[in-house]
Design a protein around this ligand. Structure first.
Ligand code: ZN
Length: 439
């Protein structure tokens, strides 16, 4: 790795001030409380999301941030409607479910069929046409999110290929207290679209036991899910304008939309509030960097990523002036550092390892690998060097995309530490007299 070219001594005092200020005020937590308790969850197309956007714009203006604006983006508008799942035989029981985002509805009378329970795609492929007319239940234990989410994303079409009439997916989570986890799914255009929903680990294991004992579990699934016409939404932008090179940008942000359950506290309201609070705090401390720090609250990450692609399209002409981008979308937990994009120049990595020393006092000084994010991804594919805020994700997938993603799951101190971490990295990178090494 090349030697770092940045000098961090001048940043020790500002970093200390930032961390101290972040840990001794509760502005971010108060704002997150308003967003979660008074507005609530924020699915694309919902009134709640647009209320949240209007609220953020007004508050950012009252904070005195620069260039506060909404940039219009059209978003998909999927609505869940009523939904239910019953085990009909060998015993009658109501089961907890959450329809998967993008799913089609069942007929009004529901889909009634025998369940076939598989632990993985290999078991499905072995059964092949024997699942015709059946409801396929994927009871895949959680390995890690990226691996196990394949059942949620592709399970319906894989089952439809063999003639299944519906697909139920064990929630993508390591633990459950009867918690169903929703999330986006994709239909293969080559296959019939069948309705699909998440069930709890408890329900998946019950169905597995009945099936393994040859007790032929039979179920009735009812879903009203549908798409309405695309709706108008917006990315929310606020800046701390640079003092010397205002056209050069360090972007920080997260996604303001959420699923239509819980409060979208960890995913991803907390990250949006943390990025916003980072520049508000810098402004309050009189720390105006040489370059501009731009906060972006992206719309529609969960079921379309239209905010991320819309941002890239609207800002294509200035992407080359984006010095660095940091996305936060792993929940509000103790920050550990940044995960840097795999293809980032080695000099950027070397310089970030140096800058990270400013955060050793709060243990947020690790520069990891394979970073990036869904919202900055489109811009990164055009050459922007990016990273994501790395946090202790141990318990993120316990509550991710559930009714339980609520404010009480957020430790106010972790939120303050995320604010401090984002603010120190963003401020230092934006203020460096020299280049970070990205361009
Ligand atoms: Zn998210």
């Amino acid at each position: 790795m090349p030697s770092p070219t940045v000098k961090i001594d001048a940043y020790r005092t500002p970093a200390g001030r930032i961390i101290g200020a972040a840990l001794t005020n509760n502005r971010a937590y108060q704002r997150l409380a308003y967003l979660t308790d008074r507005i609530g969850n924020r699915l694309s197309g919902s009134t709640n999301l647009e209320r949240a956007i209007a609220w953020a714009l007004a508050e950012m203006k009252s904070d005195g941030l620069d260039n506060v604006r909404a940039e219009k983006v059209m978003v998909p508008h999927w609505v869940r409607g009523e939904e239910s799942l019953e085990l009909v035989s060998p015993v009658a029981r109501k089961l907890t479910l959450l329809g998967l985002g993008n799913s089609v509805a069942t007929p009004a009378e529901g889909v009634s069929a025998e369940a076939v329970v598989v632990r993985d795609f290999a078991e499905l492929d072995a059964l092949s046409e024997r699942v015709r007319g059946k409801i396929v239940v994927y009871n895949a234990p959680f390995v890690n999110y990226g691996a196990t989410v394949q059942y949620r994303l592709n399970g319906a079409s894989r089952a439809a290929r063999y003639g299944a009439v519906a697909a139920l997916v064990r929630s993508i989570t390591p633990v459950s207290l009867q918690t169903a986890h929703t999330g986006a799914m994709n239909y293969d255009p080559q296959q019939p679209k069948i309705p699909t929903a998440a069930i709890t680990i408890e329900a998946a294991e019950l169905l597995q036991r009945l099936y393994d004992r040859g007790e032929h579990p039979t179920m009735r699934l009812k879903m009203e899910a549908k798409f309405l016409p695309d709706a108008e939404s917006a990315n929310v932008i606020a800046e701390l304008k640079g003092s010397e090179r205002p056209d050069e940008i360090v972007l920080i942000g997260g996604h303001f939309d959420s699923w239509d359950v819980g409060q979208g506290a960890h995913d991803d309201g907390g990250s949006c509030i943390a990025a916003w609070e980072a520049i508000r705090l810098l402004k309050e401390l009189g720390l105006r960097p040489r370059r501009t720090i731009r906060v972006v609250l992206f719309t529609n990450e969960e079921n379309g990523t239209r905010g991320g692609t819309g941002y890239r399209d609207a800002h294509r002409a200035e992407l080359a002036k984006h010095i660095f981008a940091i996305e936060s979308d792993s929940g509000i937990y103790r920050p550990e550092g940044l995960a840097l994009a795999a293809n980032a120049p080695l000099l950027v990595r070397s310089n970030l390892v140096e800058i990270a020393k400013l955060l050793s006092g709060i243990d947020a000084d690790r520069i990891g690998d394979n970073g990036g994010g869904a919202d900055i991804g489109p811009s990164m594919r055009e050459g922007v060097v990016g990273a994501n805020l790395d946090v202790d994700e141990t318990h993120y997938f316990d509550i991710h995309h559930t009714q339980a993603d609520t404010l009480d799951k957020i430790d106010p101190r972790d939120l303050s530490l995320c604010v401090a971490t984002l603010a120190v990295y963003a401020y230092t990178i934006a203020d460096l007299p020299e280049s970070l090494g990205a361009n």
